[in-house]
Design a protein around this ligand. Sequence first.
Ligand code: SF4
Length: 354
Amino acid sequence: MLHISDLNYEDLKQYIKKEIELDEKKTSMRVNQIWKFYYQKGFSDYNLFSNLPAELRNKLYNLLSIKRPLIKKKQISKDGTIKWLLELEDKNLVETVYIPSDTHSTLCISSQVGCTLNCKFCHTGVQPLVKNLSSNEIINQIMVAKDELDDWGEQKKINNIVYMGMGEPFYNYENIKKSVQILKDENGLNFSNKKITISTSGISPNIKKAGDEIGTYLALSLHASNDEIRNSIMPINKKYNIQDIINHCNEYAKKNNEKIFIEYVLLKDVNDSEQCAKELSKIMSKFPSKLNLIQFNPWPGVKYLPSTEEQASKFMEIIKNNGHIVTLRKSRGDDILGACGQLKTESERERRVI
Ligand code: SF4
């Protein structure tokens, strides 16, 4: 059965017009009513759609699913971070993470089950790609988090959405684009461009396309200051190298008029030398950017270690002295397996042991 969030506003209008045979004016009114009760009030049962006649509710029940995925596991960190492991209809598992802070809160959502890119430091990368998530499976992660946090009031508890969970969003481009349309629509979940960040490991052709068609904040998972190091930790660099990414990020930044966030996980004796910091500063000069340094969160079996605090500070100083904006992001939710993909991998391991 088709799911409601597999259709953006216009698609839903066309669908209702065709399937329920309403005229143009009535269709718009009905779609507004459906979206209001679904995306703004958060109802997941057509019986609660008191703004629709019973006959229409019955028709919708047989045409469009509004079911949420099952919460298979929930973990709450002592720092307030919450991770949900969700079971999709096809029994695949996907993780979503809520990260609160003093000033705002962020929901980190997944775009694929597993990942093809095999970045050596990433736990999700050791899971083979199972599938791309549909637009509905992407949006449903937000709907579940909003249910759980009782975030259906005027005052939003989730302020930012980041596509930084499992998977490479730009390898699931069309579904990401549709989900962003629903997120940005003021009749939908009503997040502005500046409240949404899509993170890519540098799928160059789609960076340019996203600049034209999606237009949110962009984060670039760079994690290395030259091709030699990047090739060794991110195999995708052999296809789209650093110069190629720089060119496309430049175009994105021009179009979007915003700085691009560079994500850089500090790995001891791999990418954290002073020479790397100098090279990274040069890359940063080539397009409007700011840097998020990330403390590495080791997972069982990984061969990398986090940089020492002293080395991380030295690295940061060099970037700052070259005139760039840099922050060091503390890893959150360490006690509930903080790094991307850990929860799902752990649950898979548990399942195999059983
Ligand atoms: S860092 Fe992102 S792109 Fe790389 S393997 Fe992990 S999930 Fe995939």
